[in-house]
Design a protein around this ligand. Sequence first.
Ligand SMILES: [Ca+2]
Ligand SMILES: [Ca+2]
Length: 124
Amino acid sequence: MKNFIFSLAFVFLSYLVISVAFAQTANQQSAQDDKKVDPPAPVAFWATTPPKVVGKIDQRYDINRDGILSTSEVKIFLRDVVAEVMENNSYDAMASDFLRSYDKNRDGIISRLELEEIKKDLAL
Ligand SMILES: [Ca+2]
Ligand SMILES: [Ca+2]
C-alpha cells in the first residue's frame, strides 16, 4: 500500500513538472510570435523618389510648383490617367517622362494592360 501511494505521488509530481515545463515552452513560443513583424509594405517607385517635372503635363499636376511631383500630386495624375484609359482605352505616355515608365512595351501609350500596374501602385 505504501508503495502504491509513493508511485501515485511520483506520477502526480511528474505530471506537475511536465505541465510546468510545457507551459513555459508555450509562453516562449507566444513571446516569439509577438516579436514577429510584418515585412515592409511594397511602395510605388514614385513614392520613394518623387519624379521631376519635365513636360507640360507634369507641370499641370505640379500643384505647388516645386518642380517635383509629390506622392499626392502623382496620385491625382495617375487617377486622371486611369479615368482616361477607362474611357478612351489609351493615354498618351509621351507627354510625361514619369508616365513613360509605365509604358512597358514602349509604344508611347498607356494601354489597359499597362493600366493594371498603375492601379496596383495607386492602391498601395
Ligand atoms: Ca510638386
Ligand atoms: Ca504601351
